[in-house]
Design a protein around this ligand. Structure first.
Ligand code: K2U
Ligand code: ZN
Length: 173
């Protein structure tokens, strides 16, 4: 079987990254094919998470794999954070849509998420550590939020300028 085709990842400050995703309603072959392509895209980009928003699909779907062995994919459809710890920690974050930029973001250290799997089965996930951070980062994407929005306007404008410059140069090459 051919590996699934990779999907192009939107790059900040593409305005489509600020679209609010709609709930997934059909648990069909189209969804399963999309999940396969998102997983292939995430692994190919060495990411530990990918939200559908980042591949210009505006539905509430996230894939994650925080395992060392890169073989424990987690599919979250229509995820809802039911509980987030009051205790927070500032951690270094990156984003496949903001290549080469890493900065500190404050996140709850633990979250409880209700979501459906690729077949539509509901499940509850209690997460902490990197998985909790990744879930919060991906859920932001589904709300049209990119992690650089937690940074100061000065930093964010510098990042915007840097990325637009590198995108222009890439087009010339
Ligand atoms: O762009 C994305 O949504 C994938 C994110 C997920 C993520 C961001 C920050 C912290 C945890 C997860 C990353 O780009 S995946 C790349 C990466 C890998 C390990 C640690 C941090 C970032
Ligand atoms: Zn991201």
């Amino acid at each position: 079987m051919n590996p699934p085709d990779l999907l192009p990842i939107l790059r900040y400050p593409d305005p489509r990254l600020h679209t609010v995703a709609k709930p997934v309603v059909a648990f069909d072959d189209r969804l399963r094919a999309l999940i396969e392509r998102m997983l292939a895209t995430m692994y190919d980009a060495s990411g530990i998470g990918l939200a559908a928003t980042q591949v210009d699909v505006h539905e509430r779907l996230v894939v994650i794999d925080v395992s060392e062995t890169r073989d424990q994919p987690l599919v979250l459809v229509n995820p809802v954070i039911d509980w987030a710890s009051a205790e927070t920690r500032k951690g270094e974050e990156g984003c496949l849509s903001v290549p080469g930029i890493y900065d500190g973001v404050e996140r709850s250290i633990a979250v409880k998420v209700r979501a459906q799997d690729a077949e539509g089965q509901s499940r509850v996930i209690e997460a902490e550590g990197m998985l909790a951070v990744c879930i919060q980062h991906e859920m932001d994407h589904l709300m049209g939020k990119v992690f650089v929005e937690y940074l100061s306007p000065l930093k964010r404008n510098r990042i915007k300028g840097k990325l637009l410059k590198s995108q222009r140069e890439a087009q010339k090459a």
